[in-house]
Design a protein around this ligand. Structure first.
Ligand SMILES: Nc1ncnc2c1ncn2[C@@H]1O[C@H](COP(=O)(O)OP(=O)(O)OP(=O)(O)O)[C@@H](O)[C@H]1O
Ligand SMILES: [Mg+2]
Length: 338
């Protein structure tokens, strides 16, 4: 059984301009020991998806009727959307699930030292004594590359640089040994050498404890190195997903192809970058039909703007939602897909 199973997750927000759909009917699974990468441009719904897994979205959130998220661990299956009381919610907020937030400042209380917060967590979620918790916390701060860890342990979040705060948060999230780790852009604030070091450390700890991981980033290069499978999001939809190498070597969806084309190529530094044209539309103006059709250079006139594309299996475990991938689509414009 999967560790996490998300089915038909739909997340809407009530706003002054009307209701917006931030996540539109997405489904995915994560197994123990597996790293699922979630990629997509800013505003595609990655963080909203992550926060939904801990029921941490704002008060204006409405989950779709058919949405379900279940977490199965230690012989127990938890229906995440059914959790209500703080005691129930603690299951997914610190016990079984840990999150590394995109904004590290937000996850540390400003008036409590980094060390006290780490120790409290360990005493609460891992039932450690204060001195055991202190020892482990300092050890982990050291492992994520924070020099002079015993001194940093006593400091407050605002006393640390951005990169150091990010690393402290990674140490804190890993310390409780969650079954599922959600890492939302965990290494964006770090320079590349530290990033590589932190990614290696995360990989080791994740393998050692057989954690499932959802790794969110804009960076397909980081995904290629870190993830086993990848799901590509665009405007609230998963447009393509599959084993990471297969998706990167044989992208089937024009959006994934566009993201890969936009990456700088080390072997040809003079080659011009080709960004995906246009901007992601506002969720208040979600296009009909395929959500990507307004920016797609391969869109089929009259079809992609009118109908939702089917989900097509490319090969084992690799699926893409595009008319061009559909063998039933005999349109003359259905040219070279690669
Ligand atoms: N509480 C809220 N009320 C209204 N809209 C919201 C709320 N939270 C998120 N959104 C909207 O949901 C959409 C998806 O946001 P989300 O933060 O998930 O994007 P993202 O993929 O994580 O982007 P980024 O890469 O910039 O972090 C955005 O349009 C955002 O403005
Ligand atoms: Mg985000």
């Amino acid at each position: 059984m999967s560790l996490l199973s998300v089915k038909n997750l739909e997340v809407k927000f009530a706003t002054a301009e009307g209701e917006i759909t931030a996540v539109d009917n997405i489904s995915f699974d994560v197994n123990p020991g597996e790293v699922l990468g979630l990629v997509g441009e800013s505003g595609s719904g990655k963080s909203v998806t992550a926060r939904s897994l801990m029921k941490l979205n704002a008060d204006n959130t409405r989950y779709g009727e058919g949405s379900s998220m279940t977490l199965s661990a230690d012989g127990e299956t938890i229906n995440i959307l059914g959790l209500r009381t703080p005691r129930q919610l603690r299951k997914v907020r610190g016990d079984l699930v840990s999150m590394i937030f995109q904004e590290p400042m937000a996850s540390f209380a400003p008036a409590i030292s980094i060390g006290s917060q780490m120790v409290e967590q360990l005493m609460l979620h891992r039932k450690m004594t204060r001195s055991e918790a202190r020892e482990l916390s300092i050890d982990l701060l050291d492992k994520v590359g924070i020099s002079d860890a015993p001194k940093r342990f006593k400091q407050y979040a605002f006393e640390l640089s951005g990169g150091m705060r990010q690393r402290a948060m990674i140490a804190m999230a890993l310390s409780t040994r969650p079954r599922l780790l959600i890492a939302d852009e965990p290494t964006t604030a770090l320079d590349v050498t530290i990033q590589a070091q932190v990614l290696d450390l995360m990989k080791d700890i994740v393998a050692e404890y057989d954690m499932g991981v959802i790794f969110i980033t804009h960076d397909l290069g980081v995904i290629a190195q870190t993830a086993d499978r990848v799901a590509v999001m665009y405007l609230g939809k998963i447009v393509e997903s599959g084993p990471v190498r297969d998706v990167i070597h044989n992208p089937a969806h024009p959006y994934t192809q566009g993201l890969l084309n936009a990456l700088p190529k080390l072997e040809d530094l003079d080659a011009p970058l080709t960004p995906v044209p246009g901007d992601i539309p506002s969720p208040l103006e979600r296009p009909n039909g395929c959500v990507f059709h307004t920016r797609c250079q391969k869109a089929i006139e009259g079809k992609c703007s009118a109908m939702e594309p089917p989900q097509v299996t490319i090969r084992d475990g690799h699926v893409s939602s595009c008319f061009l991938n559909d063998p039933q689509n005999n349109d003359p414009q259905n040219g070279d897909l690669a």
